[in-house]
Design a protein around this ligand. Structure first.
Ligand code: 5GP
Length: 193
C-alpha cells in the first residue's frame, strides 16, 4: 500500500534493536484517514472469503481492525491483555510474549464472542516474531473457529513471524513489508496489497 509506505518513510523512526516507532499515526496518535484506507484494503482482499468476525488485540490493532470490520460489515472483537472486572463469563485465554515490552501476558476473549461458526480475519498493527498472531490463532482454535487469514499493517520481514504463520498454512497479507531497519533506514520489500 503506497500511502502507508510513504507515511512510514515520512514519519516513522527507527529505534535500535530493530524497532520501528510509528507513534504519530499508528500506535499512540492514530490517523483515522490512513486507518480507514487500510481497513478498506483488508476488506477488499478478503471480500469473497465470507468473514464473520475480525479479531485483533488491544490497543493498536483496534483501529485498522475496526475499519476492516466496518467494510466487511461484521463485528470486530479485540483480545484484552488484562482481565476486566466485568469479564465474569467463560474466557478463551492464551499466553503471548511481547517483543517490544519483553513480558509474557495472558490475552483473553469472552467465549460468547467467538464460536465454531466463525470464519475469522485476524488483523494486527505489527508482525514481528508472530507471537501476538499465534495467541489470537490459539483463541480462535479454542472456540473451534476457522482462521481465514491474517491482515498485517506493518510486517518486519527480517523477523520470523510470517514464516511461522505460513508454516501453519495461513494466508498473510501485509500492507507494508520491511526488509531491514539497519543504519536508521527503512528498506521495504514489495507488499502484498
Ligand atoms: P510479534 O508478536 O509478532 O513478535 O509482535 C507483534 C506485536 O509487537 C505487535 O502487536 C506490536 O504491538 C509489537 N511490535 C513488534 N515490533 C514492533 C515494532 O518494531 N514497533 C512497534 N511500534 N511495535 C512492535
Amino acid at each position: 500500500m503506497k500511502e502507508l509506505r510513504e507515511r512510514i518513510e515520512a514519519d516513522g523512526h527507527v529505534l535500535g534493536e530493530g524497532v520501528l516507532k510509528v507513534d504519530s499515526f499508528v500506535t499512540h496518535q492514530v490517523d483515522p484517514v490512513l486507518m480507514e484506507q487500510i481497513g478498506r484494503v483488508f476488506a477488499k482482499v478478503f471480500a469473497e472469503a465470507k468473514i464473520t468476525k475480525v479479531v485483533t488485540i488491544e490497543a493498536s490493532g483496534i483501529a485498522p481492525a475496526l475499519y476492516a470490520a466496518q467494510y466487511l460489515q461484521v463485528p470486530m472483537v479485540f483480545a484484552r491483555k488484562s482481565k476486566s472486572l466485568t469479564m465474569n463469563e467463560e474466557l478463551l485465554t492464551a499466553e503471548v510474549y511481547s517483543f517490544t515490552k519483553q513480558v509474557t501476558s495472558t490475552i483473553s476473549i469472552s467465549r460468547k464472542f467467538l464460536s465454531a461458526e466463525d470464519n475469522v480475519l485476524i488483523v494486527d498493527d505489527f508482525l514481528a516474531n508472530g507471537q501476538a498472531a499465534k495467541g489470537l490463532i490459539e483463541l480462535c482454535r479454542q472456540a473451534g473457529a476457522h482462521v481465514e487469514g491474517i491482515g498485517i499493517v506493518i510486517e518486519k520481514s527480517f523477523q520470523d513471524g510470517r514464516e511461522l504463520l505460513e508454516a501453519m498454512g495461513l494466508k498473510v497479507v501485509s500492507l507494508a513489508r520491511i526488509k531491514s531497519l539497519s543504519e536508521g533506514k527503512v528498506e521495504f520489500l514489495e507488499e502484498d496489497a
